[in-house]
Design a protein around this ligand. Sequence first.
Ligand code: CU
Length: 206
Amino acid sequence: MPMKVTLLCLLLLIGGAAQAAELSLAVSNASGAALENAVATLTPVGRASSPKPAKAVIDQINKEFVPYVSVVPVGSAVSFPNQDNIRHSVYSFSPAKKFELKLYSGTQAEPVVFDKAGVVALGCNIHDWMIAYVYVTEAPFYGRSDARGNIAFSGIEPGEYELRVWHPDSAAPEVVRPLRLGNEAQRLSQSLPAKARAAAGGSHSH
Ligand SMILES: [Cu+2]
């Protein structure tokens, strides 16, 4: 390959990579333990953004909701399949979405559309311990932390953003902070006053 073409290809590669920002966010609690199931969203400041509604599934398995935390854009449809051989009755009293579904084993109710931003707490009328959360957002970029507390964002246009970080078991409301994303990959950590779930951590290993 002639030198000129090689150089051009290299410049194109660099140019392509320079248009997208990357952010890796580590969420922990005050004592430094990783927080699983934290939600983070990124909203561009001063630029129009509209997230596309998505589809999500929250199962009922062994008398638990799976997953415990979901994050969806406004207008998303969430279905609630009952995988158990018993009856569940899924409800929410949250202002962002009030509903009730009586679900027998094998029944597939119509998906519930979450049309307002906010946190929706789910419960089951039959099994008090069944709890789950749906975080409904107007932000175009969003994610949920894994067992190590990490959330990765990629392919984002560099610029000014508002970062929001929330956790269902946090004593404080969500953290809101301004963030400038450049062309390079950025690492950020955020702590929230919340208890880490014993099952998620590795502190009980032998
Ligand atoms: Cu139930």
